[in-house]
Design a protein around this ligand. Structure first.
Ligand code: ZN
Length: 263
């Protein structure tokens, strides 16, 4: 029922319904007798008593105001600390998260794309496009953000090469993926195609592989450089807790300046 409602609602209404639900949940969990350790969402900048609990484990991770999750906030900190959102630069955002999209879509020269899951509504400004076949000229963008997309993509290396084709020589491609930290080598089996089997093997019904700690090594198949950054490096211990960040990685891909990318 919930999924059905999510699918039939227009994008704007879906966002509003989500917002009201989060506010109610926030009010419900607010306990005035509890000492408050203030948190802050770096994206919407709101100070809050806690992040909302999510899922079976009730992990406190969801911003009640902008719906950001720890990985969105970590990416945002990386963008801010490295001053990557300079005015005038061309940005490509692959499958944008609403929390970051709401802020970045106000910028000039911002393009967002998504493959469009059937039945869902998307903001009008998001273009329908496959990351494996980008309809942009070579060296079009200064910055590409691609978070939690590649685990859904059949040929992730082709998608990375394609992003490498459209990034400028001095540009940066920022990638986040769900990583199984205990897994040394990425687990992939192209014969596993049913949603039920994918859930069992890869942890989600629409994931096509389970990434291990070898992502940076996989990038060696392309002509791109890869730097693996721990989210612990983004800030000090107290802000790590205050901003609700989790242990994770951001991969920063850059071009070898003298190499021409062949898609
Ligand atoms: Zn927020």
């Amino acid at each position: 029922m919930r999924n059905f409602l999510l699918k039939i609602l227009p994008y704007g209404l879906r966002i509003e319904v989500g917002k009201i639900k989060r506010y109610i949940k926030y009010a419900y969990h607010l306990n005035i007798n509890k000492p408050i350790k203030l948190k802050q969402c770096p994206i919407c900048t709101k100070e809050i008593a806690f992040f909302l609990p999510v899922g079976k484990k009730r992990k406190a991770i969801h911003c009640p105001f902008c719906s950001s999750f720890p990985r969105h906030r970590a990416m945002w900190l990386y963008l801010q600390h490295n001053n990557l959102l300079k005015s005038g630069i061309r940005i490509l955002h692959v499958s944008p998260e609403p929390s970051v999209f709401n802020v970045m879509s106000k910028m000039q020269n911002y393009s967002a794309i998504d493959k469009f899951a059937s039945g869902y509504a998307y903001p009008k400004s998001v273009l329908q496009m496959d990351v494996e076949q980008l309809k942009f000229e070579d060296e079009s963008f200064d910055l590409i953000i691609c978070s939690h997309v590649l685990e859904h993509v059949d040929d992730d290396i082709a998608a990375i090469r394609e992003m490498g084709r459209v990034i400028k020589k001095e540009g940066k491609i920022l990638i986040m993926i769900p990583i199984e930290k205990d897994l040394a080598t990425t687990y992939e089996d192209k014969s596993i195609i049913s949603p039920k089997e994918r859930l069992k093997h890869f942890g989600q019904s629409d994931h096509v592989r389970l990434y291990g700690m070898d992502f940076a090594k996989r990038i060696k198949q392309t002509e791109l450089n890869c730097e693996m950054i721990s989210t612990r490096e983004l800030t000090n211990e107290s802000d790590f807790i205050k901003y609700g960040i989790e242990d994770d990685f951001i991969f920063v891909l850059t071009r070898n300046k003298n190499v021409t990318i062949v898609p």
